[in-house]
Design a protein around this ligand. Structure first.
Ligand SMILES: Cc1cc2nc3c(=O)[nH]c(=O)nc-3n(C[C@H](O)[C@H](O)[C@H](O)COP(=O)(O)O)c2cc1C
Length: 370
């Protein structure tokens, strides 16, 4: 029999607040567009449980907080009773295998069109700056975005409240916590980034003002479900959906420092090398200042593999490493890392297709190919 592979940094235990993780390989939030009519489906039970290991952390695909939150077909929501009920067996299956499961909650803001909105209304954003119609290179369906309507200041508390209720619903569905999606050019990012936010009220202009919306959501959710169940994802360096910032280092640092006040569980940051959707490029920037500033647990994502992830843990640049495409294609990724086994290749063509099996739950496990 072959000797057990030596323990590697990614496979050492970590105490994430009250959750005892047995390793540091986290499933990234991955939109798969197989939640027909915005309702999670039974096929997600198999998909998520395949990716569960005892003491492993999983983050769901981005999940809508309200009926104005959607921008893509068949993404799940968590604002109706039906959706909450539909999540329950999925969460139960992950728990049955000993996983820790967080629900990523989002609002797409202007990355939408009126076809996704109630009564065919325009989507809203921090601003009325429209997005350029684009062939979504990431593989999302080609779509024209409807120019957004600028949220009136008196409407903002309602949106914060939608996030609060969605977090409450996530706990009701059985999730261990929520991850606020503050990354990748969606609504929260549309407030933070100065390429989009051109407001002149207290939600625009200074860094403090642009981050106000995000921090109000953090505060509302922390008060609702407890800060020890709250994480946030941020991508200060990314310019997805035309939402770049003129000073991402300051933005990232300001958020890392401000989050300390709420004592949330974790801050999850996307590496500067993932500036453009799906592409890895060299960057002179680094997350290290934010890692040093933030007092809770620090998660990093973007372009990681086994070697690079081990380095990040060994050098204390992160507490946990989040894997997207590798985990999508390798349901037993922690085990493969342990054995240093070969990896399945991911197939981009089926990232966002609606088949309940193909490219979803049919990536082979090691036992299948042994
Ligand atoms: C198919 C697919 C869907 C994604 N969906 C989401 C999502 O719902 N929420 C999110 O924050 N990031 C999403 N991302 C970004 C990933 O979470 C991750 O940050 C990115 O893939 C880079 O990490 P990787 O190099 O390990 O894949 C998605 C990426 C892919 C490939």
């Amino acid at each position: 029999m072959a000797a057990e592979a030596p323990t590697i940094p990614l496979l050492t235990p970590y105490k994430l607040g009250k959750f005892n993780l047995s390793h540091r390989v986290v499933l990234a939030p991955l939109t798969r567009q197989r939640s027909y009519g915005n309702v999670p489906q039974p096929h997600a039970i198999l998909y998520y449980s395949q990716r569960t290991s005892k003491g492993g952390l999983l983050i769901t695909e981005a999940t809508g907080v309200s009926n104005t939150a959607q921008g893509y077909p068949d993404t799940p929501g968590i604002w109706t009773k039906e959706q909450v009920e539909a999540w329950k067996p999925i969460v139960d299956a992950v728990h049955a295998k000993g996983g820790v499961f967080f629900c990523q909650i989002w609002h797409t803001g202007r990355v939408s069109n009126q076809g996704f909105q109630p009564n065919g209304q325009a989507p809203f954003s921090s601003s009325d700056r429209p997005l350029t119609p684009q062939d979504r290179a990431s593989g999302f369906n080609v779509s024209d975005f409807t120019p957004p309507r600028r949220l009136r200041i008196e409407e903002i508390p309602q949106i914060v409240n939608d996030f609060r209720l969605a977090a409450r619903n996530a706990i009701e569905a059985g999730f261990d916590g929520v991850e606020i999606h503050g990354a990748h050019g969606y609504l929260i990012d549309q407030f933070m980034k100065d390429q989009v936010n051109d407001r002149t009220d207290q939600y625009g202009g200074s860094l403090e003002n642009r981050c106000r919306f995000a921090l109000e959501i953090v505060e509302a959710i922390s008060n609702e479900i407890g800060a020890d169940r709250v994480g946030i994802r941020l991508s200060p360096f990314a310019n997805y959906m035309e939402s770049g910032d003129s000073n991402p280092d300051s933005l990232g640092l300001y958020m890392a420092e401000s989050l300390n006040k709420y004592e949330i569980l974790y801050c999850h940051m996307v590496e500067p090398r993932m500036k453009t959707v799906g592409e890895k490029s060299e960057s002179p920037h680094s997350l290290v200042p934010m890692r040093k500033a933030f007092k809770g647990s620090f998660l990093v994502a973007g372009g990681y593999d086994r070697e690079d992830g081990n380095k990040a843990i060994a050098k204390n640049r992160a507490d946990l490493v989040v894997f997207g495409r590798l985990f999508l294609a390798n349901p037993d990724l922690p085990k493969r890392f342990k054995l240093n086994a070969p990896l399945n290749k991911y197939n981009r063509d089926t990232f966002y297709t609606s088949d309940p099996v193909l490219g979803y739950s049919d990536y082979p496990l090691l036992v299948d190919i042994a």
